[in-house]
Design a binder for this molecule. Sequence first.
Ligand code: MRU
Length: 355
Amino acid sequence: MSGNIAKIYNMRLADDGSAVVILDQSRLPGETVYLTLSGREELFEAIRSLRVRGAPAIGIFAAYAIYILSAQTKKTDYDGFYAEFLDNKAYLDAARPTAVNLRAMLDRMDAVVHRHAGRPVPEILEALKNEALAIHREDIDMCRAIAEHGLTLVKDGDCILTHCNAGPLATSEYGTGLGTFFLARERGITLRAYCDETRPLLQGARLTTYELTRAGIDCTLICDNMAAAVMKEGKIDAVFVGCDRVAGNGDTANKIGTLGVAILAKHYDIPFYVFCPSSTIDFSCKTGDDIVIEQRDPAEIKEKYFTAPMALPEVNCYNPAFDVTDNSLITAIVTERGICRPPYTESLAAMFKKD
Ligand code: MRU
């Protein structure tokens, strides 16, 4: 594959296991900066400031982060160690509320400690490290499988609209929403993309077009408010998006603006596909109403990425980072196990629910 973008390393555990090394996504595409993080506050800040972002990537990062913080302990008894673990878990979990992967992967690490109740701390640390590495490996496999299923939904020459970034940077290797593009390229199938810039943090402009361009995939950047026009002009065959939390009924939280794109797709009779690793499904949320939406700093709307403020300081802003797309607007949810179709309460449960 040209550009070898699927091999981009957005994060890895440092060789000595004492830190996590990330590609700082907040500086892309202008600067390629790797950060080596091991302090509690800097690990939290990396999630909060979107240096590491995208639901699966946040989950993997959190697993590495809690292992690294646990390894810094001075406690030698299990109870003291576990109390400290829970404190670090609550701290990291508070960094961002919407992407379920953050909590889910911290819970997975918690379960490891539980399974080792009463065991010596070095043994628990070894198990935590192995679990974090397994979470990372599993995500690589999930992305690849999702991309395979995605390929069944497209044909040579199709043009797909994307929103936000669901590529290698947001996940591992292939990505979810973008994985199909990279796999298609490997197989000699041509897919083209129109990419929403994705205001206010420009993940589409800064990251999606970066990944696609580096891989030699034909992509065209548009402002978010141009999506209707390109659909009306007949340029779009399908919409591909990722997700931050999928409720049991298929309602899907994803980057702000996704809902509007889904409504437009319905209007123009264009299939709207959500790409979703099982780690992003949250059966504890029955519907999208149960999903907490992150509110972010108004400066992201008024000032960030502008050379001067674009609104008076006293202007009120509303800056929800995500919206929820109703299941009725979603043509299919593409997972690593297969493609779920409506009604999602039944199809998701049949594919994933354990009880
Ligand atoms: O705020 P972000 O950049 O973390 O939001 C990311 C998204 O909304 C992605 O579309 C989603 O996490 C899917 S990533 C595979």
